[in-house]
Design a protein around this ligand. Sequence first.
Ligand code: FES
Length: 223
Amino acid sequence: MSAETTPTAPARDETPFAFSEASLEEARRILAKYPEGRARSGILPLLDLAQRQHGWVSQSVVEAVAEMTGAPPIRVWEVATFYTMYNKAPIGRAHVEICTNLPCWLRGSDEIMRAARDVFGVGFGETSADGAATVSSAECLGACVNAPMVQIGDDYYEDLDYDSAVALFTAIKEGRPVKAGSQIDRQCSAPQGTPTSLTTDPTTDEGGRWIAPESPAASSGTA
Ligand code: FES
């Protein structure tokens, strides 16, 4: 989710944006995927590319993407404001997006917000005084099974509680490496601890031989 409220016009940047050589090369590679005359289809990936270089989508970013895709700047701005993953204002070195949707809330996202406030000293839509992080709220990020969770940059941090969130946010603040994924070493979204179901392989017998499934026709007596 974006770090700021809803702007009505792209914010002008003090340092005008221009694609770097590396970004330009990547932008050309992206645009080459689209048919002749369809460069506007590249607005989304080019905005993402520009944001990765610049940190946020300023007016000069909008104008650079508009120029590369042949779209009017207002069209690019419409796209940028529709998707919350584009930052319409400068953000901190890390963008901490806390999911506050229902499953995460039921599993304790209020505690994750409290941890963020305790570590960074800011609330939603604000950037810490040291510039380490901008904290935002996010709608469901699709990892409810490991709720509560946060997204920081491109990575998810899941199965959090107050203490693990404080440890995570402190590491982010201090620039130390952090481990993405489940913070309780759950394997993907498997049950925590040892398996409680499917503890044996139903497709093999005790000797490890494959058991052919009974056909539906045979079991219904019509074979
Ligand atoms: S509600 Fe938080 S990831 Fe779905």
